[in-house]
Write a protein that binds this ligand. Structure first.
Ligand code: CA
Ligand code: CA
Length: 178
């Protein structure tokens, strides 16, 4: 027993920051609030950890473009990335997918800037009481708790406001999760 206690006092030499460079998977859109394959003019590609989103929002209702990054993560409390903004003001978002496939939605910053800027999205998991349901949590085992390791993260752009119509391009690179 004494030996185990001594072991636990040793510093843990595991990096707390994980880089995400996997290819974009399952590229999807919302058109007028409905899930859809990306319509013409909407493209996501990724090369060496730099992701380019070419988007075209066409309806006066909610439109979005998003993609999955499949990467196992042992922890996830904050995402940091460099974003090459187009100044259009649409909002970045992230969805964390836990071990069971349960999804947790987190809003990110509005892309009101042009050029590269470092942005952060905090993953503050809500305290859930029995019987309570959050619209920001869905699918998977439904226990409303993030079960690790995560399966991955979804990143995307929500039109802001929903009524907006128009297109642009943003890039995301140097994604790390801690
Ligand atoms: Ca719209
Ligand atoms: Ca869960």
């Amino acid at each position: 027993m004494k030996k185990i206690l001594l072991f636990l006092t040793l510093p843990i030499l595991v990096s707390a920051v994980e880089s995400v460079t996997v290819p974009p998977m399952r590229i999807c859109a919302h058109i007028a609030e409905k899930p859809s394959a990306p319509p013409p003019g909407n493209i996501v590609n990724g090369k060496d950890g730099t992701y380019t989103l070419v988007y075209k929002f066409t309806t006066e209702k909610h439109d979005a473009l998003f993609f999955d990054l499949d990467t196992s993560l042992e922890h996830a409390s904050e995402l940091t990335a460099q974003v090459n903004g187009d100044g259009k003001g649409h909002m970045l978002f992230a969805v964390v997918r836990d071990k069971s496939g349960e999804c947790f939605y987190f809003p990110g910053p509005a892309i009101k800037f042009k050029g590269w800027k470092t942005v952060k999205i905090k993953f503050k998991y809500p305290e859930v009481n029995p019987g309570e349901k959050y619209a920001s949590i869905w699918g998977g085992d439904g226990n409303q708790k993030p079960d690790f390791p995560l399966r991955g993260i979804t990143l995307g752009l929500n039109d802001t406001p929903d009524s907006s119509i128009g297109g642009g391009t943003i890039q995301i690179r140097k994604i790390t999760v801690k």
